[in-house]
Write a protein that binds this ligand. Sequence first.
Ligand code: PLP
Length: 403
Amino acid sequence: MPTSAPTAAHIPLAARLDDLRTESAFVVLARAKELERQGRQILHVEIGEPDFPTAPHIVEAAVRALHDGETRYGPAGGLLDLRVAIANHLTSFGIAAEPDNIVVTPGSKPILFYAALALLEHGDEALIPDPAYPIYDSAVRFAGAHPITYRLDSSNDFSPDVDAIAASITARTRVLVLNTPQNPTGGVIDAARLAALAELAIANDLVVIVDEIYRPFNYDGAPVPSITTLPGMRERCILVDGFSKAYAMTGWRLGFGLFPAPLAPRFALLALNDHACVPAFVQRAGIAALTGTQEPLRAMIAEFAARRALVAERLAAIPGVRMRAPAGAFYAFPDVSAITNASGITAAQLADTLLQNFGVALLPGTAFGAAGEGHLRLSFSASRIDLDRALTIVARCFGTLPH
Ligand code: PLP
Protein backbone atom coordinates (compact mmCIF):
# COMPACT_ATOMS: atom_id res chain seq x y z
CA MET A 1 0.00 0.00 0.00
CA PRO A 2 1.53 3.37 -0.93
CA THR A 3 1.59 5.70 2.06
CA SER A 4 1.25 9.43 1.68
CA ALA A 5 3.74 11.76 3.35
CA PRO A 6 2.60 12.94 6.77
CA THR A 7 1.39 16.54 6.78
CA ALA A 8 1.48 18.96 9.69
CA ALA A 9 -1.61 20.94 8.70
CA HIS A 10 -3.11 20.36 12.15
CA ILE A 11 -0.18 21.88 14.05
CA PRO A 12 -0.93 25.51 14.92
CA LEU A 13 2.07 27.79 14.46
CA ALA A 14 2.90 30.84 16.52
CA ALA A 15 1.69 34.06 14.91
CA ARG A 16 5.20 35.52 14.92
CA LEU A 17 6.13 33.21 12.04
CA ASP A 18 3.78 35.24 9.85
CA ASP A 19 5.94 38.29 10.53
CA LEU A 20 8.95 36.84 8.76
CA ARG A 21 9.65 38.13 5.26
CA THR A 22 11.64 36.34 2.61
CA GLU A 23 14.65 37.47 0.64
CA SER A 24 13.47 37.61 -2.96
CA ALA A 25 16.99 37.13 -4.29
CA PHE A 26 16.84 33.54 -3.04
CA VAL A 27 13.32 33.02 -4.41
CA VAL A 28 14.23 34.33 -7.86
CA LEU A 29 17.47 32.32 -7.81
CA ALA A 30 15.47 29.15 -7.10
CA ARG A 31 13.05 29.92 -9.97
CA ALA A 32 15.95 30.65 -12.31
CA LYS A 33 17.62 27.35 -11.34
CA GLU A 34 14.36 25.52 -12.02
CA LEU A 35 14.22 27.07 -15.51
CA GLU A 36 17.82 25.96 -16.04
CA ARG A 37 16.87 22.42 -15.03
CA GLN A 38 14.23 22.60 -17.77
CA GLY A 39 17.01 23.40 -20.26
CA ARG A 40 16.67 27.20 -20.39
CA GLN A 41 19.74 29.44 -20.43
CA ILE A 42 19.57 32.08 -17.72
CA LEU A 43 21.84 35.07 -17.09
CA HIS A 44 22.14 35.64 -13.36
CA VAL A 45 22.26 39.18 -12.00
CA GLU A 46 19.88 38.60 -9.11
CA ILE A 47 21.92 37.38 -6.17
CA GLY A 48 24.10 39.65 -4.06
CA GLU A 49 27.20 37.57 -3.80
CA PRO A 50 30.58 38.01 -5.42
CA ASP A 51 31.20 35.48 -8.19
CA PHE A 52 34.85 35.30 -7.07
CA PRO A 53 36.23 32.23 -5.26
CA THR A 54 37.36 32.61 -1.66
CA ALA A 55 41.11 33.34 -1.83
CA PRO A 56 43.34 30.23 -1.48
CA HIS A 57 45.16 31.44 1.67
CA ILE A 58 41.77 31.76 3.40
CA VAL A 59 40.69 28.26 2.37
CA GLU A 60 44.04 26.85 3.45
CA ALA A 61 43.75 28.38 6.91
CA ALA A 62 40.42 26.59 7.38
CA VAL A 63 41.80 23.26 6.13
CA ARG A 64 44.82 23.59 8.40
CA ALA A 65 42.56 24.27 11.39
CA LEU A 66 40.54 21.14 10.62
CA HIS A 67 43.70 19.03 10.39
CA ASP A 68 44.88 20.59 13.65
CA GLY A 69 41.73 19.30 15.33
CA GLU A 70 39.90 22.61 15.75
CA THR A 71 36.61 20.78 15.67
CA ARG A 72 35.21 21.43 19.12
CA TYR A 73 32.92 23.97 20.73
CA GLY A 74 34.49 27.37 21.26
CA PRO A 75 33.58 30.59 23.06
CA ALA A 76 30.09 31.88 22.11
CA GLY A 77 31.36 35.38 21.29
CA GLY A 78 34.11 34.14 19.00
CA LEU A 79 37.82 33.22 19.23
CA LEU A 80 39.90 35.94 20.87
CA ASP A 81 42.39 35.82 17.96
CA LEU A 82 39.62 36.63 15.51
CA ARG A 83 38.15 39.37 17.69
CA VAL A 84 41.64 40.93 17.96
CA ALA A 85 42.01 40.77 14.16
CA ILE A 86 38.55 42.35 13.70
CA ALA A 87 39.32 45.09 16.24
CA ASN A 88 42.59 45.92 14.42
CA HIS A 89 40.77 45.90 11.08
CA LEU A 90 38.06 48.29 12.26
CA THR A 91 40.60 50.52 14.01
CA SER A 92 42.39 50.90 10.66
CA PHE A 93 39.19 52.61 9.43
CA GLY A 94 39.18 54.94 12.45
CA ILE A 95 36.48 52.93 14.26
CA ALA A 96 37.38 52.53 17.94
CA ALA A 97 37.00 48.77 18.42
CA GLU A 98 38.08 46.53 21.27
CA PRO A 99 38.06 42.70 21.11
CA ASP A 100 35.82 42.51 24.19
CA ASN A 101 33.08 44.48 22.45
CA ILE A 102 32.88 42.21 19.41
CA VAL A 103 30.60 39.18 18.96
CA VAL A 104 31.27 36.79 16.07
CA THR A 105 28.25 35.17 14.42
CA PRO A 106 27.40 32.88 11.46
CA GLY A 107 27.11 35.73 8.95
CA SER A 108 26.05 39.21 9.91
CA LYS A 109 22.34 38.43 9.68
CA PRO A 110 22.08 37.07 13.26
CA ILE A 111 23.34 40.42 14.60
CA LEU A 112 20.31 42.08 12.99
CA PHE A 113 17.97 39.61 14.68
CA TYR A 114 19.75 39.76 18.03
CA ALA A 115 19.70 43.56 17.97
CA ALA A 116 15.97 43.63 17.24
CA LEU A 117 15.21 41.03 19.91
CA ALA A 118 17.43 42.72 22.49
CA LEU A 119 16.42 46.33 21.94
CA LEU A 120 12.75 46.34 20.95
CA GLU A 121 9.80 45.72 23.22
CA HIS A 122 6.37 44.86 21.80
CA GLY A 123 4.93 47.94 20.11
CA ASP A 124 8.24 49.85 19.92
CA GLU A 125 9.19 51.46 16.64
CA ALA A 126 12.35 51.13 14.57
CA LEU A 127 13.17 53.45 11.69
CA ILE A 128 14.32 51.49 8.66
CA PRO A 129 15.16 52.56 5.10
CA ASP A 130 12.90 51.87 2.12
CA PRO A 131 14.06 50.41 -0.17
CA ALA A 132 16.36 48.28 1.98
CA TYR A 133 17.75 44.86 2.70
CA PRO A 134 14.51 43.00 3.60
CA ILE A 135 15.85 41.42 6.78
CA TYR A 136 15.61 44.75 8.67
CA ASP A 137 11.84 44.68 8.30
CA SER A 138 11.67 40.98 9.10
CA ALA A 139 13.77 41.24 12.26
CA VAL A 140 11.84 44.24 13.62
CA ARG A 141 8.46 42.59 13.01
CA PHE A 142 9.64 39.28 14.46
CA ALA A 143 10.57 41.15 17.64
CA GLY A 144 6.96 42.36 17.87
CA ALA A 145 7.90 45.94 16.99
CA HIS A 146 6.83 48.22 14.14
CA PRO A 147 9.12 49.09 11.24
CA ILE A 148 8.63 52.75 10.33
CA THR A 149 10.15 53.36 6.94
CA TYR A 150 12.08 56.38 5.74
CA ARG A 151 12.36 56.80 2.03
CA LEU A 152 15.55 56.71 0.00
CA ASP A 153 15.29 58.15 -3.48
CA SER A 154 17.52 59.04 -6.35
CA SER A 155 16.72 62.78 -6.16
CA ASN A 156 18.76 62.74 -2.93
CA ASP A 157 21.43 60.27 -4.12
CA PHE A 158 19.57 57.77 -1.93
CA SER A 159 20.57 59.61 1.25
CA PRO A 160 18.20 59.57 4.21
CA ASP A 161 16.19 62.78 4.55
CA VAL A 162 17.03 63.82 8.13
CA ASP A 163 14.01 66.14 8.49
CA ALA A 164 11.64 63.40 7.34
CA ILE A 165 13.19 60.97 9.80
CA ALA A 166 12.94 63.54 12.61
CA ALA A 167 9.27 64.05 11.79
CA SER A 168 8.50 60.34 12.15
CA ILE A 169 10.10 59.92 15.58
CA THR A 170 7.56 59.17 18.34
CA ALA A 171 7.73 58.30 22.03
CA ARG A 172 8.02 54.62 20.96
CA THR A 173 10.97 55.06 18.59
CA ARG A 174 13.99 53.17 19.93
CA VAL A 175 16.16 52.33 16.95
CA LEU A 176 17.43 53.91 13.75
CA VAL A 177 18.73 51.46 11.15
CA LEU A 178 21.29 52.79 8.68
CA ASN A 179 22.98 50.98 5.83
CA THR A 180 25.96 52.44 4.00
CA PRO A 181 26.94 51.61 1.29
CA GLN A 182 23.39 50.53 0.62
CA ASN A 183 21.73 47.46 -0.70
CA PRO A 184 19.86 47.78 -3.10
CA THR A 185 20.53 51.38 -4.19
CA GLY A 186 24.34 51.56 -4.04
CA GLY A 187 23.98 54.87 -2.18
CA VAL A 188 26.65 55.98 0.32
CA ILE A 189 25.67 58.32 3.17
CA ASP A 190 28.04 61.30 3.24
CA ALA A 191 29.77 62.65 6.37
CA ALA A 192 27.56 65.75 6.73
CA ARG A 193 24.38 63.67 6.61
CA LEU A 194 25.84 61.20 9.14
CA ALA A 195 26.62 64.10 11.48
CA ALA A 196 23.01 65.29 11.28
CA LEU A 197 21.74 61.75 11.87
CA ALA A 198 24.08 61.38 14.86
CA GLU A 199 22.72 64.60 16.34
CA LEU A 200 19.19 63.32 15.83
CA ALA A 201 20.01 59.96 17.46
CA ILE A 202 21.56 61.65 20.49
CA ALA A 203 18.72 64.17 20.86
CA ASN A 204 16.12 61.39 20.76
CA ASP A 205 18.13 58.76 22.63
CA LEU A 206 18.01 56.28 19.72
CA VAL A 207 20.25 53.27 19.29
CA VAL A 208 21.73 53.23 15.78
CA ILE A 209 22.13 49.86 14.09
CA VAL A 210 24.53 50.61 11.27
CA ASP A 211 25.13 47.97 8.61
CA GLU A 212 28.47 48.57 6.90
CA ILE A 213 28.92 45.17 5.27
CA TYR A 214 29.66 46.81 1.89
CA ARG A 215 32.33 49.19 3.32
CA PRO A 216 35.13 48.14 0.90
CA PHE A 217 32.87 48.57 -2.14
CA ASN A 218 33.08 52.30 -2.75
CA TYR A 219 34.04 53.72 -6.11
CA ASP A 220 34.52 57.41 -5.49
CA GLY A 221 37.96 57.28 -3.90
CA ALA A 222 37.34 58.52 -0.36
CA PRO A 223 36.72 55.87 2.34
CA VAL A 224 33.09 55.35 3.37
CA PRO A 225 32.50 57.48 6.50
CA SER A 226 31.21 55.64 9.58
CA ILE A 227 28.73 57.17 12.02
CA THR A 228 30.44 55.15 14.76
CA THR A 229 33.43 57.52 14.60
CA LEU A 230 31.40 60.63 15.50
CA PRO A 231 31.44 62.02 19.08
CA GLY A 232 29.02 60.21 21.37
CA MET A 233 28.11 57.59 18.77
CA ARG A 234 30.29 54.56 19.57
CA GLU A 235 28.30 54.15 22.79
CA ARG A 236 24.94 54.15 20.98
CA CYS A 237 25.84 52.20 17.82
CA ILE A 238 25.69 48.54 16.98
CA LEU A 239 27.94 48.06 13.96
CA VAL A 240 27.00 45.16 11.68
CA ASP A 241 29.72 43.78 9.44
CA GLY A 242 30.99 40.52 8.00
CA PHE A 243 33.15 38.55 5.61
CA SER A 244 30.55 37.48 3.03
CA LYS A 245 30.99 40.31 0.57
CA ALA A 246 34.53 41.65 1.10
CA TYR A 247 36.20 38.25 1.13
CA ALA A 248 33.80 36.36 -1.15
CA MET A 249 32.79 34.13 1.79
CA THR A 250 28.99 34.11 1.59
CA GLY A 251 28.65 30.38 2.17
CA TRP A 252 31.13 30.23 5.04
CA ARG A 253 28.74 32.18 7.28
CA LEU A 254 30.98 34.56 9.17
CA GLY A 255 30.03 37.99 10.43
CA PHE A 256 30.22 40.08 13.56
CA GLY A 257 28.82 42.95 15.57
CA LEU A 258 30.66 45.70 17.43
CA PHE A 259 28.72 46.77 20.52
CA PRO A 260 28.77 49.59 23.07
CA ALA A 261 30.94 48.61 26.06
CA PRO A 262 28.69 46.65 28.42
CA LEU A 263 26.52 44.95 25.79
CA ALA A 264 28.71 42.37 24.02
CA PRO A 265 28.39 39.66 26.75
CA ARG A 266 24.57 40.01 26.62
CA PHE A 267 24.65 39.44 22.87
CA ALA A 268 27.14 36.60 23.25
CA LEU A 269 24.53 34.97 25.49
CA LEU A 270 22.03 35.19 22.64
CA ALA A 271 24.65 33.53 20.42
CA LEU A 272 25.23 30.83 23.06
CA ASN A 273 21.51 30.06 23.23
CA ASP A 274 21.09 30.15 19.47
CA HIS A 275 24.04 28.40 17.79
CA ALA A 276 26.65 28.01 20.59
CA CYS A 277 29.56 29.23 18.46
CA VAL A 278 30.81 29.69 14.90
CA PRO A 279 32.98 26.71 13.82
CA ALA A 280 36.60 27.42 14.78
CA PHE A 281 37.92 26.51 11.33
CA VAL A 282 35.64 29.13 9.79
CA GLN A 283 36.95 31.68 12.28
CA ARG A 284 40.54 30.72 11.42
CA ALA A 285 39.66 31.44 7.79
CA GLY A 286 38.40 34.85 8.92
CA ILE A 287 41.69 35.59 10.69
CA ALA A 288 43.57 34.71 7.49
CA ALA A 289 41.21 36.96 5.50
CA LEU A 290 41.91 39.97 7.71
CA THR A 291 45.62 39.45 8.40
CA GLY A 292 46.73 37.95 5.06
CA THR A 293 47.21 39.64 1.70
CA GLN A 294 44.45 42.05 0.67
CA GLU A 295 45.39 41.65 -3.02
CA PRO A 296 42.37 39.42 -3.89
CA LEU A 297 40.06 42.06 -2.34
CA ARG A 298 41.75 44.85 -4.31
CA ALA A 299 41.49 42.82 -7.53
CA MET A 300 37.80 42.12 -6.92
CA ILE A 301 37.03 45.79 -6.21
CA ALA A 302 38.87 46.79 -9.40
CA GLU A 303 36.80 44.31 -11.40
CA PHE A 304 33.57 45.50 -9.76
CA ALA A 305 34.52 49.11 -10.58
CA ALA A 306 34.83 48.12 -14.25
CA ARG A 307 31.49 46.29 -14.11
CA ARG A 308 29.87 49.28 -12.43
CA ALA A 309 31.03 51.57 -15.25
CA LEU A 310 29.80 49.11 -17.88
CA VAL A 311 26.41 48.54 -16.27
CA ALA A 312 25.76 52.22 -15.54
CA GLU A 313 26.73 53.30 -19.05
CA ARG A 314 24.70 50.59 -20.78
CA LEU A 315 21.60 51.14 -18.64
CA ALA A 316 21.72 54.93 -19.01
CA ALA A 317 21.76 54.45 -22.80
CA ILE A 318 18.46 52.50 -22.82
CA PRO A 319 15.47 54.74 -23.67
CA GLY A 320 13.11 55.00 -20.69
CA VAL A 321 15.80 54.15 -18.12
CA ARG A 322 17.26 56.64 -15.64
CA MET A 323 20.53 55.52 -14.18
CA ARG A 324 23.46 57.08 -12.33
CA ALA A 325 26.50 55.02 -11.42
CA PRO A 326 26.15 53.79 -7.82
CA ALA A 327 28.65 55.26 -5.35
CA GLY A 328 29.11 51.95 -3.52
CA ALA A 329 28.10 48.29 -2.96
CA PHE A 330 27.74 46.19 -6.13
CA TYR A 331 24.24 46.90 -7.30
CA ALA A 332 22.68 48.99 -10.03
CA PHE A 333 19.22 50.28 -9.17
CA PRO A 334 17.90 51.81 -12.39
CA ASP A 335 14.68 53.85 -12.45
CA VAL A 336 12.50 52.14 -15.06
CA SER A 337 9.29 53.91 -14.01
CA ALA A 338 8.86 55.48 -17.47
CA ILE A 339 8.54 51.93 -18.83
CA THR A 340 6.44 50.41 -16.06
CA ASN A 341 4.09 53.43 -16.00
CA ALA A 342 3.64 53.56 -19.78
CA SER A 343 3.06 49.79 -19.91
CA GLY A 344 0.78 49.72 -16.88
CA ILE A 345 2.88 47.02 -15.21
CA THR A 346 4.71 46.76 -11.89
CA ALA A 347 8.44 46.35 -11.42
CA ALA A 348 7.70 42.79 -10.27
CA GLN A 349 5.87 42.03 -13.52
CA LEU A 350 8.72 43.53 -15.53
CA ALA A 351 11.28 41.43 -13.63
CA ASP A 352 9.10 38.37 -14.17
CA THR A 353 8.89 39.03 -17.92
CA LEU A 354 12.66 39.40 -18.07
CA LEU A 355 13.13 36.05 -16.36
CA GLN A 356 10.37 34.02 -18.03
CA ASN A 357 10.55 35.42 -21.57
CA PHE A 358 14.09 36.73 -21.87
CA GLY A 359 16.15 34.56 -19.50
CA VAL A 360 17.57 37.38 -17.36
CA ALA A 361 17.22 36.88 -13.59
CA LEU A 362 17.14 40.17 -11.69
CA LEU A 363 15.05 41.65 -8.88
CA PRO A 364 12.22 44.17 -8.82
CA GLY A 365 12.88 47.20 -6.60
CA THR A 366 9.79 46.21 -4.60
CA ALA A 367 11.68 43.16 -3.30
CA PHE A 368 13.25 45.79 -1.02
CA GLY A 369 10.14 47.73 -0.05
CA ALA A 370 7.27 49.67 -1.55
CA ALA A 371 9.53 52.64 -2.39
CA GLY A 372 11.38 50.36 -4.82
CA GLU A 373 8.43 50.43 -7.25
CA GLY A 374 9.55 51.51 -10.73
CA HIS A 375 13.06 50.16 -10.17
CA LEU A 376 15.03 47.00 -10.82
CA ARG A 377 18.11 45.71 -9.03
CA LEU A 378 20.99 44.19 -10.96
CA SER A 379 23.94 42.73 -9.08
CA PHE A 380 27.47 42.90 -10.55
CA SER A 381 27.81 39.24 -9.60
CA ALA A 382 28.31 38.18 -13.22
CA SER A 383 31.30 38.50 -15.56
CA ARG A 384 31.52 41.55 -17.83
CA ILE A 385 30.70 39.27 -20.77
CA ASP A 386 27.52 38.03 -19.08
CA LEU A 387 26.58 41.52 -17.90
CA ASP A 388 27.01 42.75 -21.45
CA ARG A 389 24.75 39.94 -22.72
CA ALA A 390 22.18 40.56 -20.01
CA LEU A 391 22.06 44.29 -20.78
CA THR A 392 21.66 43.67 -24.51
CA ILE A 393 18.66 41.48 -23.69
CA VAL A 394 17.25 44.02 -21.20
CA ALA A 395 17.51 46.72 -23.90
CA ARG A 396 15.74 44.40 -26.39
CA CYS A 397 12.97 43.64 -23.87
CA PHE A 398 12.46 47.33 -23.03
CA GLY A 399 12.41 48.10 -26.77
CA THR A 400 9.23 45.99 -27.05
CA LEU A 401 7.51 48.08 -24.35
CA PRO A 402 6.09 51.63 -24.53
CA HIS A 403 7.82 54.37 -22.55
N1 PLP B 1 23.42 43.40 5.24
C1 PLP B 1 23.18 43.69 3.95
C2 PLP B 1 22.87 45.10 3.58
C3 PLP B 1 23.19 42.68 2.98
O1 PLP B 1 22.94 42.99 1.71
C4 PLP B 1 23.46 41.36 3.39
C5 PLP B 1 23.44 40.25 2.42
O2 PLP B 1 23.04 40.37 1.30
C6 PLP B 1 23.71 41.11 4.74
C7 PLP B 1 23.67 42.15 5.65
C8 PLP B 1 23.92 39.72 5.30
O3 PLP B 1 25.05 39.12 4.90
P1 PLP B 1 25.67 37.88 5.69
O4 PLP B 1 24.65 37.34 6.63
O5 PLP B 1 26.07 36.93 4.62
O6 PLP B 1 26.85 38.46 6.45
